[in-house]
Write a protein of this length. Sequence first.
Length: 275
Amino acid sequence: MKTQDMLTGVDERLSSATSLEQVSEETKIRVEALNLWYGDVQALFDISINLHARRISAFIGPSGCGKSTFLRTLNRMNDLIDNVRIRGKVVIDGADIYSDSVDVVSLRRNVGMIFQKSNPFPKTVYENVAYGQRLLGVRDRRVLDEIVERSLRQAALWDEVKDRLEEPALSLSGGQMQRLCIARALAVEPEILLMDEPSSALDPIATAKIEELIVELKQKYTIIIVTHNMQQAARVSDVTAFFYLGRLIEVGETRKIFTSPEKKQTEEYITGRFG
């Protein structure tokens, strides 16, 4: 597919949302010389990048190039994997998240994660969204009702499930379950949303709804999305970063990356010569 075809709709989306010039230039996440090993195998090499508040940043690159591994470093999900070793800094709002003083539970509440495959709990729709707030000690039903409705509205799901709140979440369609997982993450009021291939298992109609939702959510949240779909990166993101063999090859505004990349490797990947 031609690069220009990938960019169809980008200008329209950006003009209907916040323009790049209007988006905050506040650095939300600063990564400095980040290296990661799985045992003796190095998976990430000297990654340095600044990610700005209320922008959508897309990570692209071939399978196995380190995109998802890097995404998981931003809320320390790699801590759950044995024999992982990290060197470097990840600074969010001025605090190094790998400091010994960091409360990892609070970190992951602030930096929510949406996985490739929707993973609703075997509970009702209502209880899926209320779950995080219940863990935080909220018991007032009226408060929980408000949180559940607000979160489902933010996830563009309320109108579809408002009469099904007591039904099992697993009875929803695939696209609805993924938006439910987004609502569940939003319910604990994060500032950052990490999305790892959030629509790869969905049909085109459900994918379009997820993409529209992502663009809407950037008004309030900093969003980072890993995607193998370059058309998706072109459609929804403000910034695109290209990864290859565990290295960050190039990062820049999406239109520039897709029309005039600086690195030959980026151009070859964008134009389909490999990957």
